[in-house]
Ligand binder design. Structure first.
Ligand SMILES: *Cc1c(COP(=O)(O)O)cnc(C)c1O
Length: 459
């Protein structure tokens, strides 16, 4: 687009609005204490700007709402299913598409078939539900992101890349016990950082050499493809969908949460080429999700996703999406707030270890910051650190590699003035960071503890 203006605007206008409810500092203080200082326990109506997640929280388009009216709720062989399957295969031409109600259902089905004790699953960085599902099967989840991926301040264009040397060494030693190699694009738990096409080709080549299947955790495939388009040598002239199809061609399968890039409020799928494995996975699907032409979804959901997939790869949208996330990150960076750099696709990650260095990792600096952002300005964020990853399968608690607070940006939902407000609140809390208390966990559930744990501040 060669035009003389540099302001990147939202490539849409607002068609239907939802009210936001203003709260006082006192109300928020009461609400968060009542929630056991866990932001997942808040009533969403007590939140002003909800940056807890970009999962299922995006605004659907006019065309998606229109598509919903075409939803056909036939139990088997619904036309909505065929439209969904075609839209998935247009971008990811795997032989088998298995619809699920969300990404973790696809993970559970896959790992219950290929996982188990003695098995090992490498990934650049496992997302929390992926790790939990691998470990629930009895297998070990191993993260092999490049060393730059662990350094919050280090600039690297593709910080989500897999460490190819480490992957090759692991496969040399243990290929027989590795049922699948995973690659998460973009690398959510590692800061929403992209993986380069060269790296995806590298992982694919190594996996093929050792005869190990290669799967994508492709939740943010479109954002990842946009980064490839923008940052990788020789890619700037290609269509986004063309880049996505090449990525798919390098893999043997994928798991997907359609609540991310495809603009779904719900949905997911497992797709793969291997006929035997697909047969086993479909049996699990029927047992736990539903018939193979709807999985865990209504016909209208399938329609919304088929349309959403088309919108996800549009360049005007992706340019705005990536730029508007960077707008928040750049402003915080300029104000001296430590953030993971470069800014990722769907979220800005504040480095709570750097900002709250007076709080020990086992007193949860990320949780401390997340609670403070809520109390100060009604902003809901998400700790991605020791609360999320600290509990080990052997029962011990160890500090996570990074203590991050994620400000995830729902797709097409907030305007620039909402984000300007977020910048003001975060900057103000950061100035007083040294006064914030650490937390202790007073109630801890068995699995995925961050969702329901209860805390109290340490006096
Ligand atoms: C959201 C997400 C998942 C799990 O998907 P759900 O739909 O939330 O179950 C898996 N991997 C990554 C990278 C994700 O972001």
């Amino acid at each position: 687009m060669s035009q003389p203006f540099t302001t990147i605007i939202e490539p849409f206008r607002i068609h239907s609005v939802e009210p936001l409810r203003m709260t006082t500092a006192e109300e928020r203080s009461f609400a968060i204490e009542h929630a056991g200082f866990n932001l997942f326990n808040l009533h969403a109506e007590d939140v002003l700007i909800d940056l807890l997640t970009d999962s299922g929280t995006g605004a659907m388009s006019r065309d998606q709402w229109a598509a919903i009216q075409h939803g056909d709720e036939s139990y088997a062989g619904s036309p909505s299913w065929f439209r969904f399957e075609a839209a998935v295969k247009e971008l990811f031409p795997f032989r088998h598409v298995i619809p699920t109600h969300q990404g973790r259902a696809a993970e559970r089905i896959l790992f219950s078939v290929v996982g188990g004790p003695g098995k090992l699953v490498p990934n650049n960085t496992h997302f929390d539900t992926t790790r939990a599902n691998v470990e629930f099967s009895g297998a070990e989840a191993r993260d092999l992101v490049i060393p730059e991926g662990h350094d919050a301040a280090k600039i690297h264009p593709f910080k989500g890349n897999m460490d190819l040397g480490a992957l090759e060494t692991l496969l040399q030693e243990r290929a027989a016990t590795i049922p699948v190699v995973f690659l998460t694009i973009t690398n959510n738990s590692g800061g929403g950082q992209p993986v380069s096409l060269a790296n995806i080709r590298g992982v694919s080549e190594i996996c093929r050499r050792y005869g190990v299947p290669f799967f994508l955790d492709a939740c943010r495939f479109a954002e990842n493809a946009w980064f490839i388009h923008e940052r990788e040598e020789g890619q700037s002239q290609r269509d986004i969908s063309d880049i996505v199809r090449e990525i798919a061609s390098l893999a043997d399968g994928m798991t997907m949460s359609a609540k991310k890039d495809p603009f779904g409020n719900i949905g997911g799928w497992l797709a793969l080429n291997d006929d035997d494995l697909a047969e086993k996975c479909r049996s699990m699907l029927i047992l736990t999700e539903g018939f193979p032409t709807y999985g865990g979804l209504a016909g209208r959901d399938l329609e919304a996703l088929a349309q959403g997939l088309k919108e996800a790869v549009q360049p005007d949208y992706l340019r705005y999406r990536i730029r508007s996330t960077a707008y928040l990150g750049d402003a915080l960076d300029a104000a001296g707030v430590p953030v993971v750099k470069p800014i990722g696709g769907h979220a800005v990650y504040v480095d709570a270890k750097a900002l709250l260095s007076h709080i020990a990792p086992l007193q949860y600096p990320g949780q401390a910051l997340a609670v403070a952002l809520y109390k100060a300005g009604g902003i809901r964020s998400c700790e991605i650190g020791t609360v999320m990853f600290g509990r080990q399968p052997d029962g011990t608690e160890t500090p996570a590699a990074m203590e991050l607070v994620r400000l995830a940006i729902p797709r097409r939902t907030y305007t620039q003035s909402h984000i300007d407000y977020v910048i003001e609140v975060v900057t103000s809390v950061a100035k007083d960071a040294a006064s914030l208390p650490g937390y202790r966990m007073v109630q801890e559930p068995q699995a995925l503890r961050h969702f329901t744990a209860q805390f109290e501040p340490i006096a």
